[in-house]
Structures are given as structure tokens and as C-alpha cells.
Design a binder for this molecule. Structure first.
Ligand SMILES: NC(=O)c1ccc[n+]([C@@H]2O[C@H](COP(=O)([O-])OP(=O)(O)OC[C@H]3O[C@@H](n4cnc5c(N)ncnc54)[C@H](OP(=O)(O)O)[C@@H]3O)[C@@H](O)[C@H]2O)c1
Length: 329
């Protein structure tokens, strides 16, 4: 049975598992047309009501395929997409956002999307990273463009991707200018929800989820399976992205796989049947998370994710075993 959670102050209630239509699992980009339709139909049947896509996923293919399947099925569910600003000089941020949103709506064959999110990472200063936006631009021109799209009825709500520099992300969230944030949160990097030590091996997101709750910003968890490394299985599904750079965990996939072994006692001691179950239920144990996005390569993966989520949070004793692992890294 699917559980639903409030998405911040949007008033929407979203399923605890969200359907990631990105590159990693790849079903919505590289899957056969019939598998894509069956997967979306099955997801809807299981109660999934949030689908996350972006113009950059498969260079527009994810949005096109999702639009086509939704039309074929007459599906009604929430759709979120994104906008990534690529122009290094950023002369016309608003114009670029309007253009990107129009193109997304055309590919998705929709009049509006429920959510539009900035895809760029956020930094304190300009020029630290060309793919990034600085926090003033995000709170200024980006937020204004999103509000304008909302007034035009093209988006219902708007959010950010909470990647980049921790201080900059916190500043973007704590003023409550956005309805949602996509937050990297998993067993390999729990710092968005849990306090970690100063010597923690990866980026410290400094309990971003709690800050988001204070401004009623809806949290959409990403990388809940660390792009697959948290399954503990080295080989990739044939339609999955063959190699994936980690986000805010180890320097590469192999190191993430190695760290994942630290969680095997959860399976051995019978708390969960698999590391995937441990990972999903860990993320959903955090009440500040509204939905956990998962990238799927197959319908079986989708069904398992929903089955695990329905078991609820991890047992308290098993959660108690985790800080010892994180403090060791
Ligand atoms: N805003 C952003 O910048 C951003 C960044 C990342 C992700 N996202 C969103 O989050 C979504 C999820 O992607 P992600 O990168 O975070 O990946 P993820 O969900 O952490 O990992 C997906 C991978 O986990 C494995 N998996 C999934 N279900 C499984 C199961 N039941 N059993 C075993 N393995 C399973 C699959 O690996 P195999 O394919 O190898 O089997 C799959 O490719 C994306 O589609 C996107 O919507 C957004």
C-alpha cells in the first residue's frame, strides 16, 4: 500500500516513492516503447503520483517519452521538470527560463507542469563553477522568472536542486522563496538529515532537511540508491547508464560500492531483506522527506521499491547502528 506525504506548502500530497525519469535507470529514455508504457501504467496502479523529468535527460527524450505515455494512458499524475541554464554569460536568465519551459511543455504535450525546478548547482559567488548559479541570481532572476511562469499558468509550483555549496544552498532555502528542493540524501551521505562529524569524508549538507522543514519547503530526495551503488551489486542493468559519477559521496562508483558493504549487517541481522530495502526505508524514516525519487531500469525494480516503502521506516534499533558506521568514515 502506498503512503502519501505533504509536499511542503504546495498543498499537494505525493507518493513516498517518486518515478525518476532520468538517465541512471534509463527506463524512460532507453526502454522499449511498450516497456515504458507498462512501467508507467504499473507505477500509477501502485499509487505513484509524481514523475520527475528534465530537458537534459536523454536530450529531451525523457520528456517526449513521458508526454507520449501519459497521453496514451490518459494518465493524471504530477509532473515535475527542470531548467538548466547553460549560457556562461547568462545575459538573459528570464528569457532562457521561459524558452526552456515552453520547450518542455511542447515535448511533454502539456499546458502546464506541476513543478519546475532549477537544475543548476548553487554557489555563493559567480564564476566558481560554470555550470552553477550564484545564490543572488537564484533568489533574484530565477525566482522572478518562476513566479512569472506561475502567473501565466504554465507551472503550479517551483523549486531548486539543492546541490552546490552547502552555505549557498542553505541561503536559498532559508528564505522560503521556493516550494521544493531536490536534496541528495542516502546511507552514504546522510548529512542532509543527520549531524555528521567534522572529518566526514563527503560534503556536509548540514541538516538541510530540517532547514527546509522550517520554511515548509517540500523535500524531494535524490540519489536514494546512490545511482545503484547502494544495491551492493557491481554490474549494471543493460539499459542503465553504463557509468555514473557519484553525487556527494565517494570519488567513484567502486568506492561507493565498497562503503555500501558496511550496511550488510542490517541484512544479516534480519532487519531488511536487501540493501535496497535498507536504503529506501532509511530515506523514508526521515519525516522531512516528502518523496524519494528512484531511477528504474525495470518494472521489477519499481515493484520492489514500492513494496519496501510500504514497510515504513526502519526499525529504531537498526537506525541506532548507523552512526557508528558514519563516524568510522
Ligand atoms: N536534480 C538533480 O540534479 C538530480 C540528480 C540526480 C537524480 N535526480 C532525480 O532522481 C532520479 C533517480 O536517479 P538517481 O540518480 O538518484 O539514481 P538512484 O535512484 O539513486 O539509483 C537508480 C539505480 O538504482 C538501481 N535500482 C533501482 N531500483 C532497484 C531495485 N529495486 N533493486 C536493485 N537496484 C535498483 C538501478 O541500478 P541498475 O540500473 O544498474 O539496475 C537504478 O539505475 C532521477 O531520475 C531524477 O529524476 C535529480
Amino acid at each position: 500500500m502506498m503512503n502519501y506525504r505533504r509536499l511542503g506548502r504546495t498543498g499537494l500530497r505525493v507518493s513516498e516513492i517518486g518515478f525518476g525519469c532520468g538517465n541512471v535507470g534509463g527506463l524512460m529514455i532507453r526502454g522499449e516503447p511498450s516497456s515504458r508504457t507498462r512501467a508507467v501504467a504499473r507505477a500509477l496502479e501502485l499509487g505513484i503520483d509524481y514523475f520527475d523529468t528534465a530537458p537534459s535527460y536523454g536530450d529531451g527524450q525523457s520528456e517526449r517519452n513521458l508526454g507520449q505515455v501519459f497521453r496514451e494512458l490518459g494518465a493524471e499524475a504530477y509532473v515535475g521538470t527542470k531548467v538548466r541554464l547553460t549560457n556562461g554569460e547568462r545575459k538573459d536568465v528570464q528569457g532562457d527560463i521561459f524558452h526552456s519551459a515552453e520547450e518542455s511543455l511542447r515535448r511533454l504535450r502539456r499546458e502546464y507542469v506541476d513543478l519546475i525546478q532549477l537544475h543548476n548547482p548553487i554557489t555563493l559567488r559567480r564564476g566558481t563553477d560554470f555550470s552553477a548559479m550564484n545564490v543572488e541570481e537564484v533568489l533574484g532572476e530565477v525566482a522572478e522568472a518562476f513566479q512569472s511562469l506561475q502567473r501565466q499558468g504554465k507551472v503550479r509550483f517551483y523549486g531548486i536542486t539543492a546541490l552546490g555549496e552547502t552555505e549557498a544552498i542553505h541561503r536559498a532555502i532559508e528564505v522560503g522563496a521556493f516550494h521544493t528542493a531536490q536534496v541528495c540524501y542516502n546511507l552514504l551521505n546522510p548529512s542532509a538529515g543527520v549531524e555528521v562529524t567534522l572529518k566526514f569524508y563527503a560534503q556536509d549538507f548540514a541538516r538541510l532537511i530540517q532547514r527546509a522543514s522550517e520554511t515548509e519547503t517540500g523535500v524531494i530526495a535524490i540519489r536514494v540508491l546512490a545511482a545503484g551503488a547502494l544495491s551492493g551489486v557491481e554490474s549494471r542493468h543493460p539499459i542503465a547508464a553504463p557509468s555514473v559519477p557519484p553525487i556527494a559521496s565517494g570519488p567513484d562508483y567502486d568506492e561507493d560500492l565498497g562503503r555500501t558493504r558496511s550496511f550488510e549487517p542490517l541484512v544479516k541481522e534480519g532487519y531488511v531483506e536487501s540493501l535496497v530495502e535498507a536504503s529506501l526505508r532509511f530515506v523514508l524514516s526521515e519525516r522531512g522527506v516528502s518523496t524519494a525519487l528512484v531511477g528504474f531500469s525495470s518494472i521489477e525494480q519499481l515493484e520492489k521499491a514500492v513494496e519496501y516503502a510500504s514497510k515504513g521506516p526502519l526499525p529504531r534499533e537498526s537506525l541506532g547502528l548507523l552512526p557508528e558506521v558514519w563516524n568510522r568514515w
